[in-house]
Design a protein around this ligand. Structure first.
Ligand SMILES: [Mn+2]
Length: 717
């Protein structure tokens, strides 16, 4: 198309001229027929046909030429806007409602594929990258929204309408669905569309107008070039600093276990591995403690690290060390904070979370959300008695300064939570304080232990409502045992109000945690809360003493959580059990606590009998029958399924009212915590669970299978 070609207005006049002439000719011919009768009929019809043929041919020809002329002419505009649009200093095109090009300005010329302009009209072909359907959809959505707003106004005035809103909403939903299929976000629609055309970025703004002169519906499309801003944005994204804090897990213990002569070699190897990783990622690295590093890298390299899922974790674990546990690394990462001061702080707290979850993993915090990578090796016992002693000594003055002590475990407490609470209650009374265990009711799991304290129940237990009534936030103390998540405790309201809080727990640290505590004793390497509490009791008084019921309750908690000292049982677990035995615990009584009624045993056995293999080593059982104490039975059945030869992980799905509960258990490598976390639950590596209330049992089952598959795929990476 030549630039200088002027619109030939005569052609449009020709068109009108021919039209009127033809009408006149037809009237004349009809008159001839009428007057002359049938003699002239045939020639007249022939002449008419020829004329009509000529007419329609020239109409098409003229229409087409008019349309082409319009591409360069100003007739696409109503006369008032001509000057403004011609002189607009950004590329602008006008199309009809099918996306055919009607006009473009000088600035848009460079964008148009000149090789196609001769025969092609469609804007998508002429400007590759500009998707007309998106522009059209955007306009439709904007209209729908406007319409909805109008409807809403209308419906405020009259409520008699037959639910126009829902109809409108349905329409909007349909459009939004269409948008989604085109991977277009609603946010884009509300403001601008983006396009990448011939190596440059553009924001596209459009509007739909009716040309009052031609009566054609037109789309006016403006293209703002944004390459410059895009480049700055990219550069900002790529060059943004990411702060990582690295720590070699239980470094001291590892070095102590190594022989004198191999120690320097391993030290050097670990250091070399970390340094060369930092070099590969073009990072800045500084060692700031014996086995701690601060690493700062650009986001573009960090994205590689994420893509490779922190391979450094594996490299470190593969270092051959002659010790009872492998060398592992924990990493805390902050990707986004407003200042470097905050970045460092957040990276440190992410590291703490990684360590709290058992180490050998990276915790990445982005915009308040955590993501975890790794976590493949088993948590190793790395605590020493010094810590228990320090905690015990810190706990004493806290008790002394409190006027009343409230103790609680998690909701639906088990024997571990109950035993630990009994232990803390004893510690408080030893310091001359009044203390009550906050307990809604003695559930089926703890009733046998609870009954041994029944006679003194008034002085030991308190209902949550009453506790809330009596509670004085400034002076009273709340001790939480066997959980550290504020939403999990027996009475969450009490935690919200409490100003003086202590947490003693053995679960892996989760993201939400009771904060602002006076003391937190979180020890994921310990077997049970009872073990931790017993150790504290040991150091709190010169001559620790326990009533035999108290000793039994504490031992019962340990027996439950260690499954008869088979899992999570370190040296100190046995030492603590021995202490309890010395203080009067009776293993036969504890065994009786664990006895079950026949209904539970039958339910449990049925679940195990229904178990099927997911693969060689994972067993799954689903029960949709009503069973007594579903969560407890599910957990027990999952444990029992682990006794099947070859099975190292088990999942049991049961119903509790309308809620579906899953219990996951594992022996070795499978991390059931990661799988349950994906489904909104939690727990620890070898025992975790979740409750889902808005899905059917079949849906939950297929979701579980999917998550297990994902987990296995992830592991294989
Ligand atoms: Mn426990």
């Amino acid at each position: 198309m030549k630039k200088n070609k002027k619109i030939d207005l005569n052609k449009i006049n020709d068109f009108k001229y021919i039209f009127w002439i033809s009408i006149a000719v037809l009237i004349f011919l009809n008159a001839v027929i009428f007057i002359s009768g049938k003699y002239l009929m045939i020639p007249t019809v022939v002449v008419s046909c020829l004329f009509i043929l000529y007419f329609s041919f020239s109409k098409n020809k003229i229409e087409k030429s008019v349309k082409i002329e319009m591409l360069q002419s100003l007739s696409a505009f109503s006369s008032g806007s001509k000057t403004v649009n011609t002189n607009i200093p950004i590329p602008m095109v006008i199309t009809d409602s099918t996306g055919d090009l009607l006009w473009y300005n000088d600035k848009a010329r460079n964008l148009i594929d000149s090789s196609k302009i001769a025969e092609e009209r469609n804007i998508d072909e002429l400007i590759p990258g500009l998707d007309f359907s998106r522009i059209k959809l955007q306009q439709e959505l904007l209209e729908a929204k406007e319409l909805q707003e109008l409807e809403e106004l209308d419906s405020l005035e009259s409520t008699q309408k037959i639910n126009p809103e829902s109809v409108k909403k349905e329409a909007i939903k349909n459009i939004e669905e269409k948008l989604n299929n085109k991977s277009l976000e609603l946010g884009d629609v509300e403001t601008r569309l983006n396009a990448y055309i011939d190596g440059k970025y553009y924001d596209i703004v459009s509007c739909k107008v009716m040309n009052s002169e031609t009566g054609i519906l037109q789309y006016m499309i403006y293209l703002y070039e944004t390459s410059f801003y895009k480049e700055i944005e990219e550069r900002y994204k790529n060059d943004r600093a990411i702060v990582c804090i690295l720590e070699v897990d239980s470094y001291e213990d590892l070095m102590n276990e190594l022989k004198e002569d191999t120690r320097p070699k391993i030290q050097a190897e670990i250091e070399e591995t970390i340094n060369s990783w930092a070099k590969r990622t073009n990072a800045m690295i500084r060692k700031f403690d014996k086995a701690k590093y601060i690493v700062v890298m650009s986001n573009r390299y960090f994205q590689n690290v994420v893509a490779k899922r922190f391979e450094i974790l594996d490299t470190i674990r593969e270092i051959e060390v002659e010790s009872s546990f492998p060398a592992t690394l924990s990493i805390g990462v902050c990707t986004n904070e407003s200042s470097y001061f905050e970045m460092e702080k957040t990276a440190f707290s992410a590291l703490e979370i990684a360590l709290g979850r058992g180490g050998d993993q990276a915790a990445v915090k982005t915009m308040g959300e955590y993501e975890f990578y790794g976590g493949k090796s088993k948590a190793i016992e790395k605590r020493n008695k010094v810590k228990a002693r320090i905690i015990a000594h810190a706990f004493k003055p806290i008790l002394d300064e409190s006027s009343f002590v409230y103790i609680m475990g998690h909701q639906y407490p088990d024997m571990d939570a109950f035993g630990a609470a009994i232990g803390i209650q004893k510690a408080a009374t030893d310091r001359g304080k009044e203390a009550r265990i906050v307990l809604e009711e003695a559930n089926q799991t703890i009733i046998s232990v609870y009954n041994t304290f029944k006679d003194d129940a008034e002085n030991l237990f308190i209902k949550p409502e009453l506790a809330l009534q009596n509670f004085r936030p400034e002076s009273d103390l709340v001790v939480v045992v066997d959980t550290h998540r504020p939403s999990f405790v027996e009475c969450p309201e009490l935690i919200k109000r409490a100003e003086r809080k202590v947490v003693v727990d053995h679960h892996r640290r989760s993201v939400d945690m009771i904060d602002d505590t006076l003391l937190t004793y979180l020890e994921p390497y310990a077997s049970s809360a009872c073990e931790l509490v017993t150790e504290m009791l040991q150091y709190m008084e010169k001559k620790p003493s326990l009533h035999k019921n108290q000793a039994n309750a504490l031992l019962a908690g340990m027996v439950l959580d260690t499954k008869n000292f088979s899992v999570q049982s370190g040296v100190r677990t046995f030492e603590t059990a021995a202490l309890l035995r010395r203080l009067g615990a009776d293993t036969m009584v504890v065994k009786e606590f664990m006895q079950d009624d026949i209904a539970s045993i039958v339910a449990r056995s049925n679940i195990v009998a229904n178990a099927r293999n997911f693969n060689d080593y994972i067993a799954i059982s689903v029960t949709d029958k009503e069973i007594p104490n579903p969560r407890l039975i599910a957990a027990q059945a999952a444990d029992l399924m682990l006794t099947i030869k070859g099975i190292t992980a088990s999942f049991v799905i049961v119903k509790e009212g309308d809620t579906i509960c899953i219990s996951g258990r594992s022996l070795k490598d499978v991390n059931v915590q990661l799988i349950m976390e994906k489904m909104g639950g939690g727990g620890h590596r070898n025992g975790a669970g979740t409750q889902i209330s808005d899905m059917s049992i079949d849906e939950v089952e297929s979701l579980l299978l999917e998550e297990i598959n994902n987990y296995i795929k992830e592991e294989e990476k």
